[in-house]
Design a protein around this ligand. Structure first.
Ligand code: C2E
Ligand code: MG
Ligand code: MG
Ligand code: MG
Length: 283
């Protein structure tokens, strides 16, 4: 009735909001064709074994080189890819490409390397996902032990019954399972006990300040001890300093991944990185 109320009806035409919608619409369209236009690229971040100082493997991280030269980080487009379902074909492409790159590394003399690939909730929900994994291993010719699938804790606990069934099927194939982003979800020790997996990845949230913040240190320590007692090994993510590396070694953490030992890099850079570390470690 009043002019003010009338004005409210036009709220949805508020410029900032509608430009956000157009931006999202454009991003969605762009993402739909990004893969066939060759705009998606994979980067690989080294994972280092703390007991040997050698390269354990690498995590595959997706990047989108959008038209116009801008590189879009996964935090910006993975949520949209999940909402639209595009993550299913994109995720399949990532899995195939990552395994194909791993085959190149094996040929270059690194037969034990483990390639890790992030699997989103929607991919994990597909009942034929284990078939896809089997097909990709066959097509690319890598061994099941060369592949690790990362499922976030959040994804895993959404439907425990399905997760346990799916994880058993994947483990039967022989691939490794890592529970990603551990500690920031609705963690429960009981869940970790019930989830068939091999590796727990401690979220950077607990590692980045563990030297300054004794609470974070206590959490990292507890996750490592508990995981080991449950028969799981541990990778700490977000290691940026020498002190963090040394503290994690003291806590008997199995592996680290972080800017300190290597930023995400191209496949060729990763081969050079491996050869350099390996020649140094064995000399
Ligand atoms: P994530 O799987 O937990 O990957 C680790 C993230 O931590 C990466 O961010 C990596 O660059 C970052 N990181 C590594 N070391 C450090 C460090 O020392 N300090 C800090 N501050 N950060 C570090 P990125 O590449 O931006 O990826 C973000 C997330 O996007 C990933 O988290 C993952 O959940 C998702 N993602 C990336 N690639 C894919 C993909 O192919 N498929 C799916 N479904 N998700 C993906
Ligand atoms: Mg991950
Ligand atoms: Mg993580
Ligand atoms: Mg994360």
């Amino acid at each position: 009735h009043t002019k003010e109320n009338g004005g409210n009806r036009f709220e949805i035409y508020e410029p900032a909001l509608s430009s956000k919608r157009v931006e999202r619409f454009n991003m969605e369209n762009g993402l739909r064709y990004a893969q066939e236009r060759g705009e998606l690229t994979l980067h690989f971040q080294p994972q280092i074994s703390l007991s040997t100082g050698k390269v354990y493997g690498a995590e595959t991280l997706l990047r989108w080189n959008a038209p116009g030269g801008e590189t879009i980080q996964p935090g910006e487009f993975i949520p949209l890819a999940e909402e639209t379902g595009l993550i299913v074909p994109i995720g399949q492409w990532v899995l195939e490409q990552a395994c194909a790159e791993c085959k190149r590394w094996i040929r270059a003399g690194m037969p034990q390397l483990v390639i890790s690939v992030n699997i989103s909730a929607l991919q994990f929900e597909q009942d034929d996902f284990p078939d896809l994994v089997r097909r990709v291993l066959e097509r690319t010719g890598i061994e099941p032990y060369n592949l690790c699938l990362e499922i976030t804790e959040h994804t895993a606990v959404q439907n425990m019954e399905h997760s346990v069934k799916m994880l058993h099927q994947l483990i039967d194939i022989g691939v490794k399972i890592a529970i990603d982003d551990f500690g920031i979800g609705q963690s429960s020790l009981l869940w970790l006990k019930k989830l068939p997996a091999h590796i727990v990845k401690i979220d950077p949230a607990f590692i980045l300040n563990m030297i300054e913040d004794s609470d974070d240190d206590a959490i990292a320590k507890a996750v490592i001890v508990m995981s080991h007692n449950l028969g799981l090994s541990v990778t700490a993510e977000g290691v940026e300093t020498e002190q963090q590396l040394q503290r994690l070694q003291q806590l008997q953490c199995d592996r680290i991944q972080g800017f300190y030992t290597g930023r995400p890099m191209t496949s060729d850079q990763f081969i050079a990185y491996f050869l350099e570390i390996h020649s140094w470690a064995s000399s």
